[in-house]
Write a protein that binds this ligand. Structure first.
Ligand code: SAM
Length: 257
């Protein structure tokens, strides 16, 4: 299909995905944080079935594969991300245990009560924290775990500029106690939660984007959509540096009862 036949929305989506396919991570996180969250999960063996929802190009999916037994399904809406995950699974000799699937987190391709662990880093917001926890619970076995990272407020009060930005971008943003309460209400024991350190944003998410943005802008020189998209990314980054004591990502780990 030529670009002329694509709607602006479709072109935007492809452009955004192309940009994020060029960096290792599509959201804040780190090796240390993934392994810390994993340290709270105690039910896995070689027969376990694990789903990483909104896995992106699957940096953390591969890390999971290296540290847990069982079968891991990485699921993402965007086929190019899943191609990268499947290629990397082969390079890490994990192709027998990691399977990338193109699909949507609101219509999971699994039987109910068959998963031991649902993982999702920086992606549950696509369906919404409460809806995701409620719907995904049905796919977990009794005693299974959910581990998700989610943007959260660190304080009850925050400056209007950052409050308005997030209320517009993701109105479900909330404080840590409220998010933990929502997890409990959805039928999980809130086993643990912890704040992702700043290096998850600065070193592992924003720093690699600096060069990616230059390359992208050169490739799409004069393309207003691409220029606006990068300007938006840069604005978000500035907001993070300005207001990082007020918000960030938090890992929430819960056990289905
Ligand atoms: N987990 C990865 C990470 O931490 O690097 C990716 C996080 S990225 C911020 C969010 C991901 O959710 C993207 O890869 C996007 O394609 C995916 N996504 C968006 N809507 C989705 C949906 N309905 N079902 C599955 N994946 C979705």
């Amino acid at each position: 299909m030529s670009n002329e036949n694509k709607s602006i929305h479709e072109f935007d989506f492809n452009l955004i995905c192309e940009y994020f396919a060029s960096v290792e991570r599509q959201g804040p996180g780190s090796r240390e944080v993934t392994l810390k969250a994993l340290s709270f999960i105690d039910n896995l063996n070689e027969h376990s079935r694990i789903a990483d929802l909104g896995c992106g190009t699957g940096w953390q999916t591969i890390l999971l594969g290296e540290h847990v037994p069982g079968e891991i399904f990485g699921l993402d809406l965007f086929p190019d991300f899943i191609d990268i995950l499947n290629r990397n699974a082969g390079l890490h000799h994990l192709q027998n245990r990691i399977k990338g699937i193109v699909g949507s987190m609101d219509d999971l391709p699994f039987e109910k009560e068959t998963l031991d662990l649902i993982w999702s880093e920086g992606a549950i917001y696509n369906i919404g924290f409460q809806r995701g926890l409620n719907e995904w619970r049905e796919y977990l076995k009794k005693g299974g775990y959910v581990a998700v990272s989610e943007v959260s407020w660190f304080t009850d009060w925050r400056p209007a500029e950052i409050n308005d930005f997030w209320m517009d971008a993701y109105p479900e943003i909330d404080t840590i106690p409220n998010k933990a309460g929502q997890m409990q209400k959805a039928g999980y024991v809130p086993v643990a939660n912890f704040i992702l350190p700043e290096n998850c944003w600065i070193e592992h998410f924003y720093a690699p984007q600096v060069e990616a943005q230059e390359i992208f802008l050169r490739r799409y020189a004069g393309n207003k959509v691409a220029e606006d998209f990068i300007a938006n990314q840069r604005y978000e980054t500035q907001l993070y540096y300005k207001y990082k004591e007020f918000y960030g990502y938090v890992f929430y780990i819960g056990k289905k009862i």
